[in-house]
Design a protein around this ligand. Structure first.
Ligand SMILES: NC(=O)C1=CN([C@@H]2O[C@H](COP(=O)(O)OP(=O)(O)OC[C@H]3O[C@@H](n4cnc5c(N)ncnc54)[C@H](O)[C@@H]3O)[C@@H](O)[C@H]2O)[C@@H](O)CC1
Ligand SMILES: [K+]
Length: 430
């Protein structure tokens, strides 16, 4: 964002004008014309607040402004002067139905002082609607960490582009609804929010192998592979084959159960190993002898041992935080940086799961999942995701695109399945 701002074709004061106007407009549409209190910090986030106050006043909203110290940038000073109305110290500010937090945005360096963060929390909690400008104050933009206590907002209006914190925990849970205001600059780069995927069409002359063969290696707990294989079948694979030593109950009849099958079979579009694997590291070793694309999930991730073992494997791995730590150890930096470091170390596409799922590629691309329902946190949903990604990979999508598409579709299926869904229900919504 900083380099995009520097390269902007318009003056920075114009960007602030647009940001403040967008903030006022969003808050007004969200809360209606109720009395508003703007909390303005010393930097340009505070400057946005002074601009927003001016626009709200123009729209005949009853506005009060409370400032934290003096403005410390030229832009903020100018915005403060242009406001022209009364400014009270934040310590004395009385509550209001609409509170707009413009204390700090991307320039926050350390946590707010205790007295300030307590004041902010008190005003936010007593407000009917709480809106944050760019980021709730106290949130670290790049990591999604909380540098001081951060209350829960109803709406966060981001400017220009989403910052990592808008899609990383714990910060994203404090933001309420997140909207993005276009202020006339674009921040392009290899980090982006995952959008609705373009799935490969079924060719008119398709047959089951050309549509994609997913070959699953079953371990000790066949129920997990039943979920994963069913998900693969429901995600458009032409043929799902499960290699198992004993018959698995509950699989669709169209999923073929076999004993051993050669893993070098060139018709295999994607191998799937991990769901329900248990203590059978030899199955992972077997999978790694194949040159076919693969999805490595669940306990198989723990059996990898050295991330470099995955180099050249054309693999997607799907760890949650525990599995991630087992394979990669404690990596420094934010979740985003850790995911990218893991992808570089393993050469694999890494789906780092959680409430803030990320998809990282070894070449530096990083997809942030749009928020998905918290009720996905239930047993077996990871098995479903692994099966979905395996099917999309087998259908010919490249590893990174298949992983992003799987993550997006999984989240939308959960929205449709509703709060009391179990993993089995997801299959109906794929
Ligand atoms: N730069 C631009 O072109 C634009 C920036 N915009 C706004 O500007 C914001 C960034 O502005 P700034 O870079 O001025 O940063 P902030 O306004 O977030 O705050 C930075 C100021 O606060 C001080 N500070 C940091 N942490 C503190 C703490 N814990 N306690 C007390 N003081 C602290 C810093 O020393 C600095 O003076 C964005 O979030 C956005 O809201 C928008 O106006 C759009 C255009
Ligand atoms: K803010």
């Amino acid at each position: 964002m900083r380099s995009a701002e520097a390269a902007a074709p318009v003056a920075l004061s114009e960007l602030m004008e647009r940001a403040g106007q967008s903030l006022a407009e969003a808050a007004l549409r969200f809360a209606g014309p109720v009395p508003a209190l703007l909390l303005c910090g010393p930097g340009n986030n505070g400057g946005d607040g002074f601009v927003a106050a001016r626009y709200l006043h123009q729209r005949e909203v009853e506005v009060r402004v409370a400032a934290l110290g003096e403005a410390q940038t030229d832009l903020a000073r100018a915005a403060r002067a242009a406001w022209g109305g009364a400014i009270e110290p934040i310590e004395d500010a009385a509550p209001a139905p609409l509170v707009i937090d413009c204390l700090f945005g991307t320039g926050l360096k350390r946590g707010l002082e205790d007295a300030v963060s307590e004041r902010l929390s008190g005003l936010v909690k007593s407000a009917q609607w709480a809106v944050a400008a760019d980021l709730p104050s106290g949130v670290e933009a790049d990591s999604g960490g909380l540098l001081s206590q951060v209350p829960a907002f109803d709406l966060t209006v981001s400017f220009g582009a989403l910052k990592p914190a808008h899609r990383l925990m714990p910060a994203m849970a404090r933001m309420g609804r997140v909207v993005l205001a276009d202020i006339g600059i674009t921040a392009d780069g290899p980090w982006f929010e995952i959008g609705e995927p373009a799935l490969p069409p079924v060719a008119p002359d398709a047959h089951k192998y050309s549509r994609g063969l997913v070959h699953c290696l079953t371990g000790e707990m066949p129920g997990a592979m039943a979920l994963a294989a069913s998900a693969a079948a429901r995600s458009g694979a032409g043929y799902v084959r499960v290699s198992t030593s004993a018959p698995i109950a509950g699989l669709p009849r169209s999923v073929v159960q076999v004993g051993d099958a050669p893993l070098a079979d060139p018709r295999i579009g994607c191998l799937l190993v991990g769901p329900g694997l248990g203590k059978l590291p030899q199955l992972l070793t077997l999978a790694l002898t194949s040159h076919r694309p693969k999805v490595i999930d669940a306990e198989a991730i723990g059996h990898v041992g050295d991330p470099a073992r995955l180099k050249g494997q054309d693999a997607v791995i799907t760890p949650h935080s525990g599995e991630f730590a087992t394979l990669f150890g404690e990596l420094p930096g934010s979740k985003a940086e850790q995911a990218l470091a893991a992808a570089a170390a393993s050469g694999a596409v890494v789906v780092y799961k959680g409430a803030d799922t990320l998809v990282a590629a070894p070449d530096g691309r990083l997809g942030f999942a749009p928020p998905a329902p918290a009720w996905l946190a239930t047993a077996g949903t990871g098995d479903v995701l692994a099966g979905m990604i395996a099917a999309l990979r087998a259908r010919g999508m490249p590893a990174f695109e298949a992983a992003c598409a799987g993550v997006w579709l999984h989240g939308r299926a959960a929205e449709r399945a509703g709060p009391y869904m179990i993993a089995d229900d997801l299959l109906e919504w794929l």
